[in-house]
Design a protein around this ligand. Structure first.
Ligand code: GDP
Ligand code: GDP
Length: 438
């Protein structure tokens, strides 16, 4: 399930303040892609138990009115193309401006739901002034202060009401077909990989429409294995500007990710891993997706020696830490080297993600590990873990019952996670640990 909210509005109304508040408050991530895409930002947050993507379509720098017009058009276009709902932000301190009017005119032409947010309503005086904005005629209007946070909850309640209930953790997945997404930056070789797979494979069952217009789902049956490949490779937005193209490709990657169980993150061997790749990687991990890293264009690396791949892999793992218990495979889409191995690995990671450990098995192993290395004493009391159980969720999650759950520190949590990984195979899969009072 993928739901995306975009924030639009003229410069200085407080879009990025609101964005930051939204992401910090929920302890979600902020992936600042400025540099590549000026001030545009994207992230993932949750409210009322519903998770959604947020795009801040960005501030553009002040210029002539013509520049504003074209920039506004661009911002609205990105928002309409990519989002399921829009926050149209204005500023009570300044009042309604011509740019607000121009933007409102554009937004009214589309069917995407618009939530008007009158920002900087910091006090009751401004509350009164804010009523002016009713004249713009949007049904959904919210008065808020991104600075203090007042009114932001009401806005988020209204937005999340549009998001269908997340059935993620309730469904029985045994019968489901694994869904793999091919993601990565432009030009790493996603299309080539897809073509290499499709070209070799003659038993494609059918094409099924993606759940959003931005992804293509193709159903495969390969070596008795059934899976759906989700790709965005063939979809290219017409855009003159490189940073626009890159921004679109990031948003696409996030959507493909949302629809997938496992992400095949494709890198370019010659370029190595970039900050943008790491952003995408940590997003996938935070979303609880299984991950396989494919280092493509391995054919183009000159003078390979016995250790080249091993050294490359070690460096990669350092960059991906702390979560780096993942398969890394060196492939060439061009020469069709190891491309089916990539699918096999994805299948393996899928099996790891489905893995259920019985409570007795878990306790036998994990309580031994707890005894071998005890949690440090806090404020004079010994911390014990009495019981461990796996929770019935999609992403492997474990509840540890302890006498003082809040006193267990990160290093000890890391130790427990490593023990889980050492004893049970969760390669490629983010696992979650919860500590509860017993
Ligand atoms: P953007 O260009 O739309 O992203 O706007 P910014 O988030 O950069 O905010 C522009 C200015 O408005 C900054 O100086 C913020 O501190 C200020 N600002 C943002 N939200 C509020 C608010 O709720 N109340 C007040 N008084 N100032 C705000
Ligand atoms: P996408 O934008 O990620 O879909 O990338 P493409 O599949 O369009 O590939 C971008 C460029 O990389 C093209 O010129 C491809 O021919 C080239 N390329 C793709 N895979 C390989 C590979 O395995 N080896 C080499 N040497 N070039 C490749």
């Amino acid at each position: 399930m993928s739901f995306t909210v975009a924030i639009v509005g003229r410069p200085n109304v407080g879009k990025s303040t609101f964005f930051n508040r939204l992401l910090e408050q929920r302890k979600a991530i902020v992936d600042d892609v400025s540099g590549v895409t000026r001030d545009r930002q994207y992230g993932v947050t949750d409210w009322n138990g519903k998770t959604f993507n947020v795009i801040d379509t960005g501030g553009f720098v002040a210029g002539s009115d013509d520049v504003f017009e074209s920039e506004i058009r661009k911002q609205v276009k990105i928002a309409i193309d990519e989002a399921d709902a829009l926050i149209f932000m204005t500023d009570v301190a300044v009042g309604i401006t011509e740019l607000d009017e121009a933007m409102a005119d554009m937004l009214r032409r589309y069917k995407t739901p618009v939530f008007m947010a009158v920002n900087k309503v910091d006090n009751s005086e401004r509350q009164l002034a804010a009523t002016e904005f009713y004249s713009m005629g949007f049904d959904e209007i919210f008065f808020l202060s991104s600075m203090t946070g007042s009114g932001t909850g009401e806005l988020l309640d209204a937005i999340t009401a549009l998001i269908p209930e997340d059935k993620e953790d309730a469904v029985n997945t045994d019968a489901a077909i694994p869904r793999f997404a091919i993601i990565g930056q432009p030009n790493v070789g996603k299309s080539s990989l897809l073509n290499a797979l499709i070209g070799e494979e003659r038993t494609i069952v059918s094409d099924i429409a993606g759940t959003t217009r931005d992804t293509i789902h193709t159903h495969y049956n390969l070596y008795q294995k059934e899976f759906v490949l989700i790709d965005t490779a063939g979809i290219r937005k017409k855009s003159k500007e490189k940073d626009d193209l890159e921004f679109y490709s990031i948003i696409r990657a996030i959507k493909a990710m949302d629809e997938a169980d496992i992400c095949l993150l494709v890198l370019d061997a010659e370029k190595g891993i970039t900050a943008q790749d790491i952003n995408i990687y940590s997003l996938a991990a935070r979303k609880g997706k299984g991950i396989v890293v494919l280092v493509n264009k391995w054919d183009a690396i000159e003078g390979k020696e016995t250790n080249t791949a091993r050294d490359y892999e070690q460096n990669l793992k350092k960059r991906l830490a702390p979560f780096n218990d993942i398969p890394i495979l060196f492939i060439s889409a061009k020469e069709k080297t190891r491309i089916f191995k990539a699918i096999e690995l994805a299948m393996e990671v899928y099996e790891n993600k489905q893995r259920k450990i019985t409570t007795s098995q878990l306790n036998e192993i994990m309580l031994k590990a707890v005894q071998a290395y005890r949690a440090p004493v806090v404020r004079g009391h010994a911390i014990t873990i009495k019981y461990v159980t796996q929770l019935p969720t999609h992403t492997p999650s474990f509840a540890f019952f302890s006498n003082f759950p809040d006193d267990i520190k990160q290093p000890y949590k890391n130790y427990l996670e490593n023990q889980l990984r050492k004893n049970f195979n969760f390669r490629g899969v983010p696992v979650r640990l919860f500590f509860r009072k017993k």
